[in-house]
Design a binder for this molecule. Structure first.
Ligand SMILES: *[C@@H]1O[C@H](CO)[C@@H](O)[C@H](O)[C@H]1NC(C)=O
Ligand SMILES: *[C@@H]1O[C@H](CO)[C@@H](O)[C@H](O)[C@H]1NC(C)=O
Length: 302
């Protein structure tokens, strides 16, 4: 009896510990700008990243989903993936994306897709939410449910840089939460909007729905200070994102050593929980090392 109850207590303890460790895992992220069928899956899954963000999914006016990416030679690659609630993207693509979490020696346990405002994505979501709502019969619900299942997704990432419609942002995020997905944001500006969205998305019944803030600290967001974003977002820790060495805007490129110095300082001051990089296309184009960038994250965040 005594033995049994202490075994039970030990088991409960292990389970609790497991939960605590899993939910506290530092995001170590890489944004996948390159077509996932052309990028180096082995390197992406074994270099220290635990979170891969597929950049990007767009919506047609009808709400169909399209995977837009960039090929090895810099060419645009557009692949329709969901139409009218049905996955149409083919098994080569879905097998590849599912393999991120199942490949031999993979360190990846979370796959997200980004929605981006240089498409008309957020206008279309706003208009579809207004026209149909977000119930199980709605276009948005059916299409994102199909994508989640086909690609075994864990989260959607909101990279809105211009529309900032609060009501549809909150309704859409809560719909995704109902599908079992997490929600993340990739802000570079407009703290007031994101603070509002965060507090309305993470209601009492769903306090962990929006669970990571991938703050852009390059380009338009180069002046962003994680500590002040953390304070604007009610104390939520930040995962800053740096741009790797690249030839598009060389002055924005951050070497592994420079990233290490910056991330270590912010981690020591208590404002960040993890970090990541924009983007894999540039790592491969510039012949940089995934391992060196990944090691920075595992060295600083464990
Ligand atoms: C992919 O990356 C690995 C290092 O993890 C490297 O050994 C391999 O050559 C790369 N493959 C290609 C096709 O570049
Ligand atoms: C969660 O709480 C919000 C605000 O109180 C409410 O609007 C929403 O319907 C709730 N969602 C669920 C799934 O209970």
């Amino acid at each position: 009896m005594h033995l049994l109850s202490s075994m039970r207590a030990a088991l409960a303890c292990i389970l609790l510990l497991g939960t605590a460790v899993a939910s506290a895992a530092a995001p170590k992220t890489m944004f996948l700008f390159k077509d996932v069928l052309q990028s180096n899956t082995t390197a992406l899954t074994t270099s220290g990243f635990n979170t891969l963000l597929i950049f990007r999914i767009g919506l047609t006016d009808a709400g169909d989903l399209v995977y837009y990416s960039t090929g090895d030679a810099g060419e645009a690659v557009d692949a329709p993936v969901v139409s009218d609630g049905v996955y149409t993207g083919g098994s080569a693509l879905s097998d590849k994306i599912r393999s991120f979490k199942t490949a031999a020696n993979t360190l990846v346990d979370r796959v997200e897709v980004s929605l981006v405002s240089h498409d008309t994505t957020f206008q279309i979501i706003r208009d579809l939410v207004a026209a149909e709502g977000t119930g199980p019969e709605s276009t948005l619900y059916r299409n994102f449910a199909a994508l989640r299942t086909a690609w075994s997704l864990d989260a959607l990432n909101n990279d809105d840089e211009g529309v900032y419609d609060l009501a549809s942002t909150v309704a859409f995020a809560q719909m995704l939460g109902g599908l079992g997905l997490k929600y993340t944001i990739a802000p570079y500006t407009n703290r007031a909007f994101w603070a509002d969205a965060l507090s309305r998305i993470n209601t009492d019944n769903n306090s962990q729905l929006l669970d990571h803030v991938y703050l852009q600290v390059y380009d338009g967001g180069a002046g962003n200070d994680p500590a002040s974003w953390k304070s604007a977002l009610g104390g939520m820790k930040i995962a800053p994102v740096e741009w790797v060495v690249n030839d598009a805007k060389p002055y924005e490129g951050t070497s592994p050593d420079a990233a290490r110095a910056e991330f270590a300082e912010w981690f020591a001051e208590g404002s960040i929980e993890g970090a990541g990089y924009w983007n894999d296309y540039d790592v491969e184009k510039m012949g940089s090392s995934y391992t060196e960038y990944g090691n920075v994250l595992t060295d600083v965040f464990g």
